[in-house]
Design a protein around this ligand. Sequence first.
Ligand code: ADP
Ligand code: NI
Length: 217
Amino acid sequence: MNKNDQISATEEFVKQNMKGYDSGHDWWHIKRVRKLALYINEREDLADPFIVEIAALLHDTADSKFAGENGENSYKLISDFMDKYGMSEISDHVIKVIKKISFSNKNKSEIQDDPLLWVIQDADRLDAIGAIGIARAFNYGGFRNNKIYNPEIVSLKETSGGNINVGTSSTINHFYEKLLLLKYRMNTMTAKRLAEERHEFLELFLKQFYSEWYFCN
Ligand code: ADP
Ligand code: NI
């Protein structure tokens, strides 16, 4: 089986596995992350483009927010899939990277010394900021039944471990707990550059949001 066939098979596998996810984690998110990861990697030359593409495609397949208790089971599914399609050689590495992506909120202090992880993580983080990041945040907040904004709830900031599952917080708070911090967390120079404009747009959005909110409250 050649690489193109392996990529097509992975696309199909991912589409099948992400059916129950919210629209911020849909196939379009995967496509954007793939494109961003390949773009970053092309400029930084950090990993083999094939493994970058496969890891980007699979990066949310076992996401703990959706897979829940079945997390380990999802990794097994991925590993079986990769064996079946002749990708055993790269499967351990890919799974290690996507595990770290899923738990990146929890293991902040862990040293990340894998260039493949840098690329995929940067791509995933870029898609969480800018106009699309804002759309995804409000979509996810709606999915979790969170408030758009509640001035009475103080931002949970980083002290909570940036726990994304806190249902009582608001989506505006999520900007302070996570989105506004991402540009400082980019691993590569290319992603740092791409993050600038997206970050500025978050700030512009917040300014306009408060001006409309406090005009009426
Ligand atoms: P990552 O992309 O780093 O894995 P997540 O999977 O935690 O991050 O989040 C995916 C998307 O959902 C991002 O766009 C993120 O901003 C958004 N999101 C996560 N938690 C929340 C929340 N509590 N409120 C609003 N949006 C959220
Ligand atoms: Ni993602």
